[in-house]
Design a protein around this ligand. Sequence first.
Ligand code: ATP
Length: 346
Amino acid sequence: MTALTVQGVTKSFDSTRVLDGVDLHVPERSLTAVLGPSGCGKTTLLRLIAGFADPDSGSIDFGDQPMFTTKRSMPPQHRRVGYVPQEGALFPHLTVSANIVFGLSRGARRNETRLRELLDLVGLDTAVAGRYPHELSGGQQQRVALARALAPEPAIVLLDEPFSSLDAGLREETGRAVAAAIRHTGATAVLVTHDQSEALSLADQVAVMREGHLVQLGTPVTVYRSPHDPGVASFVGDAVLLPAEIRDGRAFCALGDLAVRNDIPGGPAQVLVRPEQIRLHTSTHLSGVDAVVEDVSYYGHDASARLMLLPDGPLVTVRLLGVDLPSPGTAARLTVTGDTLAFPTA
Ligand code: ATP
């Protein structure tokens, strides 16, 4: 079993620095999601770990084995890495079984038991073994791509937005199956994604990247509950960020006087409230902050409403159950449950 350690990695293309001193440690047998907006350098980082390109500086180790130092770079075929690209990239002229065993030695390719094990691992029926990629659904294709990557028993599995072309339902189901298969093999995995719910639900730790920097590395609960800054807060979920004044551990803001859970000196700040913390009451007998419903977005399983705090803003987002939704124009009282996080402002 192999941990992955990236230290001080930088990479520029022409004069543009795409990665700037990235440090990342992925413990053995765990899955880390690298989460960040388009263009922040996620795929570049993955390609450097795989050995498809070299960093300008820094180091990459698998366990105690150096893969890259400024003096030496291990070729990709010797790194024991399994790579699952965005669209699976299966060989269209080969059957599922031929795709899966493609990277194995000639002897191992004839091992029917191993093939069945791999199909089973990724949750595919042996009946698909003789089919061609175009005879599979997108989710099945991604599972075959994972089985192909896992076949040579890699130490590290790298997945580059493997579910991005799948529809929402299939994405969740395939994501769960893929994460379970990787955990079962005991490989160490890095999943690149720009989808925060995928990162939070599948990974043991989340590495949040922004403009070539790793801004936060933590468990899903930590990055959601204790984001490093307001930018991370907004990127890993919906965030209501309000100007506040901190006094005696409480934030005085447009949503009232709220408990703050982090240690922060008195003075101006931004306070983070998650939309699911805000309760909307249509009864005006309750105490709370007066607001009026601007609009409602219905998602089926739940909904969100934007409300204008009276008299003149700001707008805040509130998460609601998908039943008995208020109409635009409804008068409401808002209260906040739980504590909040505050960020000092200069
Ligand atoms: P996305 O989520 O859109 O795939 P990303 O976070 O994975 O984005 P990268 O693909 O790593 O981002 O690209 C980061 C930046 O580096 C982009 O501005 C991209 O245009 C640039 N880049 C990547 N590869 C090369 C290359 N081979 N030559 C020149 N520029 C490149």
